[in-house]
Design a protein around this ligand. Structure first.
Ligand SMILES: [Zn+2]
Length: 115
């Protein structure tokens, strides 16, 4: 599942940040989900709960922000505001370009508990 690998990447990043800051653990996480990531906040939360059962982010609060984006269809020019990427234009049914997912998850803010 896409969301699992995204969260796994996030957990690795969190471990680095905790180490760099000599913190004890992560208390809260604010994530921004790229609208073209194809990742669903609900599934991200489930994946996070799975990976954070123990370790540095155990019991941490996860806040997810998924901004709307305007997508424009190449074929008919229709524009639509979407929270998540869907694979076709609602007007004419043409396929829309898929992002490479490089901006799938952005770590916006972290609250750390210090020693
Ligand atoms: Zn269209």
């Amino acid at each position: 599942m896409h969301e699992l690998s995204l969260i796994q990447g996030l957990m690795n990043r969190l471990e680095e940040v905790v180490k760099e800051n000599k913190a004890k653990r992560v208390k809260s996480i604010w994530l921004k989900v790229g609208p073209l990531s194809g990742a669903e906040p609900q599934l991200l939360k489930e994946a996070f709960n799975f990976f954070s059962k123990d370790g540095i982010a155990a019991g941490a609060e996860l806040h997810i922000d998924s901004p709307l984006v305007t997508l424009k269809c190449d074929k008919c020019g229709a524009e639509a505001q979407r929270e998540y990427f869907t694979l076709s234009c609602t007007e004419c049914g043409a396929g829309l370009p898929i992002s490479d997912g490089s901006e799938a998850l952005m770590l916006e803010q972290l609250e750390l508990e210090m020693e």
